[in-house]
Ligand binder design. Sequence first.
Ligand code: PLP
Length: 448
Amino acid sequence: MEKKRYERPTLRKMNTGLMNKFGTKTENQPVTHIESVSVKGLMQKFGSPLFVLSERQIRRNFRNANRIFTTRYPKVQFAWSYKTNYLDAVCRIYHQEGSWAEVVSGFEYEKALKNGVPGNQIIFNGPDKSDEQLLIAARNNSLIHIDHYDELYTLIRLSEEHQLKPQVAIRVNMDTGIYPKWDRFGFNFENGQAWNALTRILNSNHLELVGLHCHIGTFMLSPSAYATAARNLCELAWSIKERFGKMVNYIDLGGGFPSTNTLKGAYLPGTDTVPSLDQFADAITDVILGYGFRPDELPTLILESGRALVDDAGYLLGTVLATKRLSDGRRATVLDFGINSLFTSFWYDHKVSPAQEPGQQTEETVLYGPLCMNIDVVRESIVMPLLEKGNQVVVHQVGAYNMTQWMQFITLRPAIVMIDEKNTTHVIRQSETMEYIDSLENVPTHLT
Ligand SMILES: *Cc1c(COP(=O)(O)O)cnc(C)c1O
């Protein structure tokens, strides 16, 4: 048997049974496998750091969310939020499961088309749509969600010039009791701007109003905010019906449902505090079903959920580069990934598990990334078993926003592997290379 490694004893004040400043208890169970694939084996084969996605978990999340809404409401359509994770392999799983695409740029729009999404199943959101992109979307019969008056007038002009009648909706912003308000996108509900925009659309022969849209925030913890949003959109739909004799096809409540990650500064872990998707679904569907529409005119409920459907399907694996003591005596652990790969460490206290059987000792430590930047902190304070150089760790719930918001900064971005339902691994994005970065650069001749 291998001789056990000596660990220096440390003193730590215990409040047994009570909550302490680290929450209720520390979880230091080693995570040696993801979907029965060895964590160490993955890093051996594909390198460290490494993002890993579970196809099984993605499908499970989608089917669960779809069940929760379709058992409460007759007409439900999910649209995958591309910016949350637009890896083609990931998008295609959602599309296979029946999801449309929700995009917020020409780049994402093109990606959706390339992923085989029919034009009329692409929702085009966001404040930045060029004339060219608007024309493409109009010709493809996509659902164009208008963000501001300039876009509205541009679209009317383009439609006149090119004899088109695009399908449109407006994005509505409103006071849902969540502050600061997200009022920079779309038309305001309370001050009548949304109604004003709608009357312009309904009086134009060049636009076809098909829906109403809002996206009230992200990582929303309040189901009642969605009830308010649903009520306001129903009110607009009702007014359109009364004044213009036309019922909109759909009400799109956007995304924003939380994952069970723990927000920075939260006292309890997200798994204990985040409302369930059922609660959000109840809040939304109670309002729409109870509003007074006839069953045959009930609008389709569109949901653009991103984060809640993918976060827990993603992991980031990495390796300890060094351990050290800070000047105040605190323990510090330097990892081979930082905020360059793990953008969400700015607002989450990510759960980090050792990838091997840990020792008995735990100690508060700071987890730093490898960047030569003071802000490169993965966790400001975490109680972990004593890790040493070469040990490996698993970061949980990193599927949302990291693989799109990551930075090519100081070093190259790592590979992404997907574990399919048969536990076969696929590299779905290679690690970046010097050639890849260099291919975009040009050196003027006088510098060669
Ligand atoms: C970002 C975004 C979403 C997805 O938000 P999540 O918080 O990831 O669910 C949906 N709709 C719009 C318009 C968005 O901008």
